[in-house]
Design a protein around this ligand. Structure first.
Ligand code: ZN
Length: 228
């Protein structure tokens, strides 16, 4: 299972045997994602918010009925200014999530707590924190709400992410690559998921088969009954 891939950037990343959730960055990529053979998320990435218009936002909203989920959406306090515009756009997606009962594929870099609080305020039921690297004590609150934590394949070179894996119960985590993003020289892609699954099994002290089966049911719980 790969819960977060920018598949529109390189559809050849599809790997046999790996279920892929495709995310979008803006209007153009949302349109392209809807044509892909994957689970489809549409939205405006926080990094694309400064260059996107309200008109483009509304056009994505009008495409919601054809989508399986919303993402990559959220807030980023590290790399993007214009916090007010980011928040306006994110709250628009939270309203759409409620209206169409769509799950969220979230980006919350250095905005972990604010994103979590907004989910509660908007009464969001199904959410996934992509590549979680927020405060360790927030994990308990996130999983307590029934939301899911993303464990990324970059764990093999990002030590602090290992702490996240240790703190997150297997029943609340989903694996992902964020391909084709390049993290410190590591080209992320769904092909890294088997290796990541072995790592999760090692840290949790269970078999690879049980990781695969639990993560599959987590993915289904997050995305909804349609995928059961
Ligand atoms: Zn991403």
């Amino acid at each position: 299972m790969d819960a977060h891939v920018h598949l529109h950037e390189d559809p050849s990343m599809l790997t046999e045997g790996i279920t892929v959730v495709a995310v979008s960055d803006d209007l153009d990529s949302s349109e392209r994602t809807l044509e892909l053979d994957a689970i489809k998320c549409i939205g405006i990435h926080p990094w694309s918010v400064p260059q996107s218009s309200e008109g483009e936002l509304k056009r994505i909203g009008n495409m919601a009925e054809s989508a399986d989920c919303l993402g990559e959406v959220g807030l980023d306090y590290r790399f993007v200014g214009s916090r007010e515009k980011q928040r306006t756009f994110f709250e628009y997606f939270l309203d759409i999530a409620r209206e169409y009962d769509l799950p969220l594929n979230l980006h919350a870099l250095d905005a972990w707590r604010d994103v979590f609080d907004l989910l509660l305020r908007h009464d969001i039921r199904r959410a996934y924190f992509h590549w979680y690297n927020g405060p360790l004590d927030l994990i308990e609150e996130i999983v307590g709400q029934g939301y899911f934590i993303g464990i990324n394949a970059a764990i093999k070179i990002q030590r602090k992410h290992l702490r996240v894996l240790e703190r997150t119960p297997l029943s609340r985590l989903i694996t992902e690559s964020d391909g084709p993003y390049n993290y410190r020289g590591l080209r992320l892609s769904p092909s890294l998921i088997p290796e990541l699954t072995v790592k999760v099994a090692e840290v949790k002290g269970v078999s690879v088969e049980s990781v695969v089966s639990v993560v599959r049911s987590n993915l289904h719980a997050w995305l909804g009954s349609k995928w059961l």
